[in-house]
Each structure stands twice: as C-alpha cells, then as structure tokens.
Ligand binder design. Structure first.
Ligand SMILES: NC(=O)c1ccc[n+]([C@@H]2O[C@H](COP(=O)([O-])OP(=O)(O)OC[C@H]3O[C@@H](n4cnc5c(N)ncnc54)[C@H](O)[C@@H]3O)[C@@H](O)[C@H]2O)c1
Length: 260
C-alpha cells in the first residue's frame, strides 16, 4: 500500500522548490493535496490530473482569514486534514546594523508568523479528529547561527521551538509535530541567494560531506516519512537533512592517512 493512501494534506509554499516536490511525492503516495502559495504554478495541472480533488490555491500565508477560509472549505469538500506541511518561506538577512526594519518584519512575518497561522488554521480540525501530523520546514540555519543570518536564523530558530511547543501541547490529542531542517537544497530560493555569492557557494559545498547540494525530492522523502504512519511514534523532533553539513568539520586528515 502507498504510504499516504487516503490522507488529506495541506501544503504551503506548494508552487515551487521543496513544497512543490512534497506535493508531487504526496500525491504519488496516495494523498489528496490542498496546495497554498502566493504564486501560480503550471506543474499543478499534472498534480490535479493525477489526484483529482487536489488543487493549488493562491493565497498569502500571512493572511489569516484567507488561510482559514481555504482550509475550512477544503474540510467541507474533503472531510479532514491529516497532514499540514509548512514550506512557504523566504530568505533575507544581513548584519543587524545593515538590516532595515521592514526586511526583518517581512522575514519574521512569512517564515515564523506564517507557520503559526498555518498551524492555527488546521489545529481545531485535527483536535476534533484526534489525529494529525504537522511538519514544519525550518533549516539548519534554525539550529546553528550563520554569518549574516540574523532575521532568517531568528525566524527558523523560532519555527524549531514553535514546533516542539505544538508537539507538547497536542500530543495527548493524537497530533504529532516535527520539523525538517534542510541543508542547502537546489531550488529557486537557493539559486537566488547563491547566484549573488559564487565564492560562498563553493565554500559551502566543500563542507557538505556527501560532496553535493541536495535535491527538493530528497526533502520530500523525509516529509513523506514524517507524514506517514511509519513515523507514528515520532514527535517534537527536528530532522536534519543536509548531506552531513552539520555533522562536524573535516580537515583532510583521512586523505593524508591514505583513505581514498
Ligand atoms: N532551498 C534551501 O536550500 C533551503 C534550506 C533550508 C530551508 N529552506 C526552507 O524551505 C522552504 C521552501 O524553500 P524553497 O527553497 O523550496 O524556496 P522556493 O522559493 O523555491 O519556494 C518557496 C515558495 O513559498 C512561496 N511563498 C513565499 N512567501 C509566501 C507567502 N507569504 N505566502 C504564500 N506563499 C509564499 C513562494 O511563492 C514559493 O513558491 C522555505 O521555508 C525555506 O526557508 C530551504
């Protein structure tokens, strides 16, 4: 049997990168997906064709009324919300003295408050069902600081702890909440940040133990596991999927010792 047979999933940020890859994987595994994103996406026709009932709604995750109305009408149509995956997010930051207040607000509003509002939009339904799996998308930059990370680090660190809080508050009601912390994954967001800093890109790659950047489908694999009953005893955890970037430093010592 497919891993997500008959499950209803809400995915934010579903028009691009990680959210889109998760939507594709979820429908392959038998789920119906309610996608939410502020932009449209041509790939969604194939998703809807594969899984009728699935569709992409254009909305902003900082708009609580819009979010709630999409979720509520989906519940009327589909009957439940089994999974929420929050992948909508943006990157921005800079040293505090160089970061203006509007940029700080934008990052916190979308990455952190948008996650809170998305959870708020589904949680009453999950409470009434006495079941649900919430998967938030933070980052390795939500666990460790990054040079110039400021607003982004703060937003993703907030997502990590908000998710643990949700796991604590709702676990006895059958609701699980876990976070995925991706490393450096090739998506339009990654390209927009890295294209501006080619030297930085090469330096990061050197520190990835598997020697390459990740693919959005590799995050979708983790997101599929966390949504599925295979993860039925897992809650309050941060699952790092980063090719070994945060495993520790390597300095070429084993190569010197002759390891090929
Ligand atoms: N790509 C990476 O290397 C990486 C690493 C760690 C964490 N992440 C996180 O993964 C998530 C997905 O990133 P991605 O790389 O797939 O980026 P992406 O830009 O490809 O996709 C993000 C999607 O979110 C949507 N979005 C942004 N703001 C929104 C809003 N206010 N309302 C609704 N939709 C909105 C965008 O329209 C876009 O479709 C983000 O939260 C990002 O911070 C990405």
């Amino acid at each position: 049997m497919s891993k997500l047979e008959n499950k209803i999933a809400v995915i934010t940020g579903a028009a691009s990168g990680i959210g889109l890859a998760c939507a594709k994987r979820y429908v392959q595994e038998g789920a119906t997906v309610v996608g939410i994103d502020r932009q449209a996406c041509d790939d969604w026709q194939a998703i809807t064709d594969h899984a009728p009932g699935s569709c992409l709604h254009q909305a902003d995750v900082t708009d609580s009324r819009e979010l709630k109305s999409i979720v509520d009408s989906s519940i009327v149509e589909l009957g439940a919300v089994d999974v929420l995956l929050t992948a909508a997010g943006i990157g921005d930051g800079g040293p505090v003295n160089m970061l203006d207040e509007d940029a700080w607000d934008r990052v916190i509003d979308i990455n952190l408050k948008g996650t809170y509002l998305s959870i708020k939009a589904v949680i009453d339904q999950m409470i009434s069902q006495r079941s649900g799996s919430i998967i938030t998308v933070a980052s390795v930059e939500g666990i460790n600081g990054t040079e110039g990370g400021s607003a982004y680090n703060a937003s993703k660190g907030g997502v990590v702890l908000l998710s643990k809080n949700v796991a604590i508050d709702y676990g006895r009601l059958g609701i699980r909440c876990n976070t995925i912390c991706p490393g450096f994954i090739e998506t339009p967001l990654f390209d927009s940040v890295m294209d501006a800093m080619p030297d930085f890109k090469a330096d990061i790659k050197k520190q990835i133990k598997l020697g390459r950047f990740g693919r959005a489908e590799e995050i979708a694999g983790a997101a599929c596991f966390l949504a599925s009953d295979d993860a039925s005893y897992m809650t309050g955890q941060s699952l790092v999927v980063d090719g070994g970037y945060t495993a520790g430093h390597s300095h070429g010592i084993v190569e010197l010792m002759g390891l090929v």
